[in-house]
Design a protein. Structure first.
Length: 306
């Protein structure tokens, strides 16, 4: 790639290189952003094969298969390499043309691919068979010396996984489980979800223990967790609140009785000084929150509830 960029002016080559680095860095974790960088590189140097190839993979990762195929074809014309043949065939699948992908699997270009490329082409062909409803043919397509080999290659886990999935599609569940296990054994980089598929076949269900019980009423979790002394404290607090309310009601009765019975001088005396019988409660300020105007009576704002 660096050799190809040397055909550009130095400053331009550096700008293109930076964008290509970002494409490679983001392609797996953020395909959309990688696609954006690829378009910048393409605008700067559309006549560089490496740029067209990078743009093709970025389009492929975001599901823009027609666009990806056009870029791969352009890169192939520039280099004459057949390296991109399998992914070009997979673009045909993505565009809903599995028969074209299957036709490409029989072209002479496949014989020019290295071993890894031929395995990729086999995976694409099997996928095309399944797209066309030929599940049994997909199983046969994947049967190869590479599948039977005990050596672990970068493509081994994916090939075994595809074979297990194809077996499962035709109802050969026991064999599928065996091959999912073999795929997991070869999957050192975690490129497949073979472990999840095995668990599914074995009837194992994973439950998130951190999810609260949906049947509990709001706030019931706290009460359910409280026990012993905590439960006693909750009950004591509730009793204290009831006592406060009852005391307030009794004080109101005392005030009413004193006001009704006091006459003449006795009434003046009562109004002028505390008598110790509860009449002095008339002039007291109500406790904060009891009359609805204090903090306890202030309606909660929406952000407080949130």
């Amino acid at each position: 790639m660096r050799q190809e960029l040397m055909s550009l002016p130095k400053t331009l080559a550096e700008d293109v290189a930076r964008n290509l680095v970002m494409v490679a860095k983001l392609l797996d974790e953020d395909p959309e952003q990688a696609y954006g960088y690829s378009r910048v590189a393409l605008r700067l140097a559309s006549r560089v094969a490496a740029v067209r190839e990078a743009a093709g993979f970025a389009s492929y990762a975001t599901g823009k298969y027609a666009e990806a195929l056009a870029e791969f074809r352009a890169a192939r014309r520039m280099t004459g390499s057949v390296e991109l043949w399998p992914v070009m065939a997979d673009c045909e699948r993505g565009m809903g043309r599995p028969e074209r992908a299957l036709a490409m699997a029989g072209e002479p270009e496949v014989q020019k691919l290295d071993r890894a490329g031929q395995v990729e082409m086999r995976l694409v062909a099997a996928g095309a068979r399944r797209d066309m409803g030929q599940a049994d043919a997909a199983v046969v397509t994947l049967q190869s010396p590479e599948l039977a080999s005990h050596s672990i290659q970068p493509w081994t886990a994916r090939l075994r996984y595809a074979y297990a999935d194809a077996l499962l599609a035709v109802g050969r569940e026991d064999e599928a489980r065996e091959w999912f296990a073999k795929a997991l054994e070869a999957d050192q980089g975690g490129t497949t979800d073979a472990s999840d598929r095995l668990a599914e076949l074995d009837g194992v269900e994973f439950v998130d223990a951190l999810v609260p019980d949906e049947d509990l009423e709001p706030g019931a979790e706290d009460v359910a967790e409280a026990g012993g002394e905590d439960a006693a404290e909750i009950g004591a607090e509730a009793g204290a609140e009831d006592a406060v309310e009852e005391a307030g009601a009794d004080a109101s009765d005392v005030v009413g009785d004193v006001s009704a019975d006091a006459t003449g001088d006795r009434a003046e005396e009562t109004a002028g000084e505390p008598t110790g019988d509860g009449s002095d409660l008339v002039d007291r300020e109500p406790a904060e929150g009891q009359d609805g105007t204090g903090d306890a009576g202030t309606p909660a704002r929406d952000d407080d509830r949130d």
